[in-house]
Write a protein that binds this ligand. Structure first.
Ligand SMILES: [Zn+2]
Length: 440
């Protein structure tokens, strides 16, 4: 069978289904005077996007063909127009910036990369902290019994563990008491992209390893209690469905301890409650996190950080496309950066879309698209461009004086469009919403 043909068929089927769904939505939108901006985004993300991206890793190759890409972009345009309540002449590039929805082709590549990060092991530049494959799970009968909070009267060893993550790094600290004396203190460092949970779990592994080698006569009672302030870790350890790599490592180590006659229990301890052992472990973990003298001994990245990197990369790609695209000049004046746009929460209404794209019911627009023969504003002082409406139109002077007053509180008037949306978003939006295009 011709594979290209199959992909093409598939894409045609999916895009057709989405188009029908969106038509249904737009009919509903007319009846209810528009589904709210945020609700449309939710519908897109929960209903349309999964359809568009279903099976993406299998047929991503088909996206190399312009024909298929255009079909996808067309669907995104439809939903973007509904979401932004924008004019149909607006470019998809501007629409994506307006709605904050990642351009569909970039989104698709992102999904494929996320999928590959999860599935294709060993091909990553750095190892990832996957869940352990089910074929490597120990038989439940051989698995360790993680006991929490059991009161053991005579303890040979008491240990406190802690993890720390800050912008300086990730560290684990443990302190082991024998009797009332500190027997061992251990600090380790992990890759700075590792999570705090991983640091907590690494600390526990260190305690278990150290406990096994403690010099205690074999015929003596060998009981140890490990204190952690990480509720998540304790719950994960006791959850038989959790097969994360480090959790498995802890269980594996615990399972070997009875061989050397050790009995281990775990307990939760409240953090920052002045308990000396916890304080000490916390201090060691923090020291380890910022130390440059301790070697990094753990560098399996959590999947969450891999996700985060891939998403950041998507934004970078988007930014590059946005910068190089020759369309949407008007929108670019407000948002030169896609990344900056994503940090903002803006409710897009018809007025907002019109003023941020230049595609709206202004006479300049109508003239541009040859719907009217004159671009002039009814104030007869100039063409009714977006700039005229923001800075000059005398019919908007009352509202503008409020905007000007607010802007000059922490800036200068006139402020350019980028500054207006960056520093004075609320006041600019209030101004835009006050414009009555029916009267202009
Ligand atoms: Zn005017």
């Amino acid at each position: 069978m011709d594979h290209k043909f199959t992909f093409k068929d598939h894409i045609a089927y999916v895009t057709d289904r989405c188009a029908k769904l969106i038509h249904g939505l737009s009919r509903a939108a007319k009846v209810t005077w528009g589904i709210k901006h945020e609700a449309m985004k939710t519908i897109y993300k929960s209903a349309i996007l999964p359809l568009l991206l279903y099976g993406a890793p299998v047929w991503i190759e088909a996206m190399k063909h312009e024909y298929n890409r255009r079909k996808y972009i067309k669907i995104q345009r439809m939903i973007n127009i509904l979401t932004a309540k924008a004019f149909r002449t607006t470019s998809n590039e501007a629409l994506c910036i307006l709605t904050g929805l990642t351009p569909i082709i970039i989104k698709k590549e992102e999904v494929v990369r996320l999928y590959n990060a999860r599935k294709i092991r060993g091909s990553q530049p750095q190892e990832i902290d996957y869940a352990v494959d089910y074929k490597n799970w120990p038989h439940p009968a051989d698995g360790a019994f993680i006991i929490e909070g059991e009161d053991t009267k005579e303890l040979t060893v008491l240990a406190y563990t802690d993890g720390s993550k800050s912008r300086l790094g990730v560290g684990s600290g443990t302190v082991i008491y024998k009797g009332n004396k500190i027997a061992t203190q251990i600090t380790t460092r992990s890759d700075s992209k590792c999570s705090n949970n991983q640091a907590e779990e690494n600390a526990i592994i260190k305690v278990l390893e150290a406990t096994a080698t403690l010099n205690i006569p074999e015929n003596n009672l060998r009981t140890a209690k490990v204190y952690t302030d990480s509720r998540v870790t304790l719950d994960s350890l006791q959850n038989p469905r959790n097969h994360a790599y480090l959790i498995k490592e802890i269980r594996k180590t615990v399972a070997t301890l009875p061989e050397s006659n050790w009995k281990i229990t775990f307990s939760w301890v409240k953090a920052h409650a002045g308990i000396p052992g916890n304080k000490k472990a916390d201090k060691l973990a923090k020291e380890a996190a910022r130390s440059r003298l301790i070697d990094i001994t753990y560098s399996r990245l959590p999947l969450s950080s891999v996700h985060h990197d891939i998403q950041l990369d998507s934004i970078k790609r988007w930014q590059k496309e946005w910068q190089t695209c020759t369309k949407a000049q008007k929108t670019k004046q407000y948002f030169p950066s896609a990344e900056e746009r994503l940090k903002k929460k803006i409710i897009i209404t018809q007025n907002v879309a019109a003023m941020l794209t230049g595609h709206g019911r202004t006479t300049a627009y109508l003239h541009w698209f040859k719907i009217s023969d004159n671009a002039q504003c009814i104030c007869v002082q100039g063409d009714q461009m977006v700039e005229h409406l923001i800075y000059d139109c005398i019919l908007l002077e009352t509202q503008r004086s409020t905007l000007r007053m607010n802007v000059t509180k922490n800036g200068q008037w006139p402020a350019d469009k980028h500054e207006l949306i960056t520093k004075h978003q609320k006041h600019l939006i209030d101004y835009i919403e006050s414009i009555d295009f029916d009267k202009l």
